[in-house]
Ligand binder design. Structure first.
Ligand code: NAG
Ligand code: NAG
Ligand code: NAG
Ligand code: NAG
Ligand code: NAG
Ligand code: NAG
Ligand code: NAG
Ligand code: NAG
Ligand code: NAG
Ligand code: NAG
Ligand code: NAG
Ligand code: NAG
Length: 716
């Protein structure tokens, strides 16, 4: 009787939970968020029908007018779509026109647009903008965020073909409309403006809209199929629901980027699937995510694998940009999505993530079976294949690519960037690797971690056609773990190190102190890549944060190597830049000071995307990685690694871990943004990279929200 009673209760609770979830889905309150970032004012709106991010940019008195100009931007996750409207002062003087969201009314700033339509409703947002002087809307781009991003970063060039598709009109009430039908001939994007009482009418002059000073209501909308957002209650696991209140802003940001079919890398610039971002984020966030979210992440990667060679997809090409790409690159009339496979690292994250979910989280075996039988539906070319087949082709690619080095561990057999590509892993700006061809993270961490994961998955019954992988992948992994690090090793004698940092500050024309006194021993680090600068830099001698990959992804067992590896990471975290990586604004992802030629200083600067700048997620992965290594010392028995018993070393690692956390805690204000840079005037201050270069930082980035799960631990 008691047992039956319990069952009934469970049943009722389940029904109630489901009802609540649905209620919150559509009848619940919309989510709004407002975030200020220098000259960028960001507004988010989501409800059960659609999600929008609105960014209003208005120059401040301190702004560099080459980069900061009056702009209204709307970004939509569905189809990676959006609108940018660039304004200029009618008087022609830069810096005199200011724009802000909202007028005089007390309403919520953003309200939804939802108009029934077939096959899709028209959705978007409505609000008002106020212009403080007469303005011209000089450049309207309606369509894909990809095109808008290329406009803002690529010298502000537009495509004449696409711009010719804009239709401008004015109405009898002084309002104006711009609309554009997409390359698919079906979807339309609209931007309308209506003057408020007392505000001048809009006119068309020479193909441009002219506005007076005043307040204009605007509607930004489109009629593309929408995604289903994972609202906080579905996003997080039940043990983590307290975060919905205690960390509301980060949870709402994560929810804005999370949908039942995929996670999006960031907003507004990367509002679409990126494989690396998805997998690093889920690896770091897994302890707080629901199975639904984790599976959304894993399935988004599996869906997009190149079935022929097992490569994982870097970035999807969807929406208006897909139709354009199909035409321009493939001479095809088609709206089908496609994928960019140029990266070499993404492939290796997948088995690591699958192992962390399917094996380490003790999940339900029948659910795993059911998941693997799911039929792919996203890419035309993968339709009909199931997830198991796609996962196997990915593992096969890894086994094949790892075999040559496992048999003959020489540099030529390490994993190289693809021929003809300048980029291949997370430092994917033109000079992120100093021209290197053999990246450090991929070879010393991602390959061995993927091999360990394949062995574990195979042991658990995955990849049934390849039972030999259970042992073979482990054999390969041992070689990749132990015999790759030395290729990247850089040792600088103490005296040369001091003279290099002194030279560096001169070459970099910076007033930061050289910190030569902080160099109390020889300096050791692992270069960011091999074969740099067209072969003239055999090791790219850039100190970096990519040690975090080995700490986070591996538990290596060569004790001499492990102790020495942890030792140099700790030294480089504890030493101030440019002697090491640390500054009050965080760890720099790259420190070129030990390069020894002036090109290093000029190729890795504070305005380079992968230069002397701070990214949030490496701080998180470093913290999680050092914590993982330190936890290996907890059994307090003979099984612990040697470093646990080398008391000076162990204390140094704990100090580095705590110092890293002190820096993280000092930088809470920017931790959820993509990237930040700095100024130095006797002290370091945080600067928006978009304020001093054409590269804007995303206000919210998927992998910058990982501090929801990565927490400070206590080690003694
Ligand atoms: C703007 O959107 C609102 C809300 O959906 C709608 O009532 C209004 O008619 C729209 N205005 C224009 C000009 O499209
Ligand atoms: C959401 O869509 C439904 C139809 O699916 C519609 O009835 C409702 O008004 C929309 N809600 C909002 C807030 O626009
Ligand atoms: C859209 O229409 C144009 C003109 O008729 C045609 O050339 C083009 O192929 C169509 N595009 C698609 C994706 O159907
Ligand atoms: C998929 O891999 C095959 C084999 O390497 C290659 O020929 C093909 O171009 C790849 N597909 C895409 C879309 O890159
Ligand atoms: C593009 O495709 C069309 C029809 O399929 C063909 O006639 C034309 O030659 C192709 N153009 C190029 C540049 O391959
Ligand atoms: C395990 O997964 C299967 C398949 O999804 C499901 O039917 C079953 O209820 C799950 N069992 C538990 C204990 O969650
Ligand atoms: C490296 O080679 C590329 C392509 O050949 C060339 O454009 C570039 O200038 C070279 N860089 C250096 C530093 O020699
Ligand atoms: C451990 O690594 C060091 C190099 O760091 C190497 O000299 C040594 O032979 C390795 N030991 C074993 C047992 O493989
Ligand atoms: C750690 O590095 C320091 C130099 O900073 C060196 O003196 C010490 O011997 C190293 N310890 C180990 C265990 O490698
Ligand atoms: C420093 O200034 C010199 C001389 O003006 C210039 O050649 C060099 O490129 C500058 N270095 C950097 C990193 O800006
Ligand atoms: C290492 O330290 C642990 C306690 O943390 C101890 O149990 C173990 O015996 C020590 N191992 C060696 C080789 O000293
Ligand atoms: C340095 O800049 C910061 C931020 O702009 C300012 O608060 C501080 O007073 C400045 N310090 C000096 C010494 O000029």
């Amino acid at each position: 009787m008691a047992a039956l009673h319990t069952h009934i209760c469970v049943f009722i609770v389940a029904l109630l939970l489901q009802a609540t979830a649905f209620a919150a889905d559509c009848a619940g309150q919309p989510t709004r968020l407002q975030l200020t970032d220098g000259p960028y004012e960001n507004y988010f709106y989501s409800d059960c029908n659609s999600s929008s991010h609105v960014v209003v940019t208005s120059p401040l008195s301190t702004s560099n007018l080459d980069y900061i100009y009056p702009r209204l931007l709307i970004a939509w996750p569905a189809g990676n779509s959006g609108i940018v409207a660039v304004f200029a002062a009618q008087n022609g003087q830069r810096g005199t026109l200011h724009i802000n969201l909202g007028g005089n009314d007390q309403d919520e700033l953003l309200q939804p647009v939802w108009i029934a339509g077939t096959p899709n409703p028209v959705v978007g947002v409505t609000s008002s903008i106020t212009l403080d002087s007469p303005a011209i809307l000089t450049v309207p781009i309606l369509g894909s965020i990809r095109v808008i991003r290329e406009y803002t970063e690529g010298g502000r060039n537009t495509s004449p073909d696409q711009q010719a598709q804009n239709r401008l009109s004015v109405d009898g009430a002084g309002g104006a409309m711009i609309k554009r039908t997409w390359y698919d001939n079906t979807t339309t994007t609209w931007l309308t403006f209506t003057p408020s009482n007392g505000t001048p009418s809009i006119t068309i002059d020479n193909g441009e809209l002219r506005f007076g000073a005043g307040t204009y209501k605007f509607n930004a909308s489109f009629n593309y199929p929408q995604l289903t957002q994972l609202i906080p209650q579905r996003l997080l696991n039940t043990a983590s629901t307290d975060l919905i209140d205690s960390r509301a802003e980060d949870v709402n940001s994560l929810s804005f980027l999370s949908y039942d079919s995929k996670l999006l890398a960031g907003t507004w610039r990367f509002l679409t699937y990126f494989g690396r971002d998805t997998m690093i984020s889920v690896l770091l966030l897994q302890s707080v995510l629901s199975d639904t979210t984790i599976e959304a992440g894993i399935s988004s990667v599996l869906e997009r694998i190149n079935k022929t060679d097992g490569t994982a997809c870097h970035e999807e090409i969807i929406g208006d940009f897909a139709t354009l790409t199909n035409k321009v690159d493939f001479n095809k009339t088609s709206n089908s999505p496609s994928c960019d496979y140029k990266m070499i690292d993404t492939t290796y994250y997948l088995p690591v993530l699958m192992k962390q979910y399917f094996i380490d989280s003790a999940m339900n075996a029948s659910r795993a079976e059911e998941f693997l039988q799911t039929k792919a539906s996203f890419l035309d070319e993968n339709k009909g294949l199931n997830y198991n087949q796609l996962a196997t082709s990915n593992a096969q690619k890894i086994m094949t690519s790892a075999a040559p080095f496992a048999k003959n561990p020489v540099q030529a057999n390490l994993i190289h960037l693809k021929d003809g590509q300048q980029v291949g892993q997370w430092r994917d700006s033109a000079n992120g690797l100093g021209g290197g061809r053999i990246p450090y993270d991929v070879n010393t961490a991602l390959v061995p971690a993927a091999l360990r994961a394949i062995a574990a998955l195979s042991t658990a019954g995955f990849f049934a056609d390849h039972p030999d992988w259970a042992t073979l992948a482990n054999q390969y992994a041992a070689i990749w773990e132990d015999q790759t690090l030395h290729f990247f090793e850089v040792n600088v004698a103490q005296n040369s190190a001091k003279s290099l940092v002194n030279t560096y500050v001169k070459q970099a024309n910076t007033s930061v102190p050289s910190e030569a006194d902080a160099i109390e021993s020889d300096v050791k680090f692992y270069g960011v890549a091999l074969d740099g600068n067209n072969g003239s830099w055999p090791i790219v001698r850039v100190m970096n944060t990519d040690d975090c990959f080995r700490h986070f992804l591996l538990e290596t067992t060569n004790q001499t190597q492990l102790s020495s590896f942890l030792n140099q990471t700790a030294d480089n975290i504890l030493r101030p830049f440019p002697a090491g990586l640390a500054t009050p604004v965080g760890l720099f992802v790259a420190n070129p000071a030990f390069g020894g030629d002036a090109d290093y200083a000029s190729e890795f600067t504070r305005i380079d995307y992968h230069g002397t700048v701070v990214w949030s997620w490496p701080l998180s992965m470093m913290a999680a990685g050092l914590s993982k290594q330190l936890k290996r010392c907890e059994p307090r028995d003979d099984s612990v690694p040697d470093f646990c018993n080398q008391s000076a070393l162990y204390s140094k690692i704990v100090s580095a871990y705590n110092y890293l956390w002190d820096l993280i805690e000092k930088n809470m204000a920017q931790l959820s943004t993509e990237i930040w840079t700095w100024n130095y005037n006797g002290t370091y201050t945080v600067v928006q990279i978009g304020a001093i270069s054409a590269t804007e930082s995303n206000i919210r980035q998927l992998w910058s929200l990982t501090f929801l799960a990565v927490q400070r631990n206590t080690f003694t």
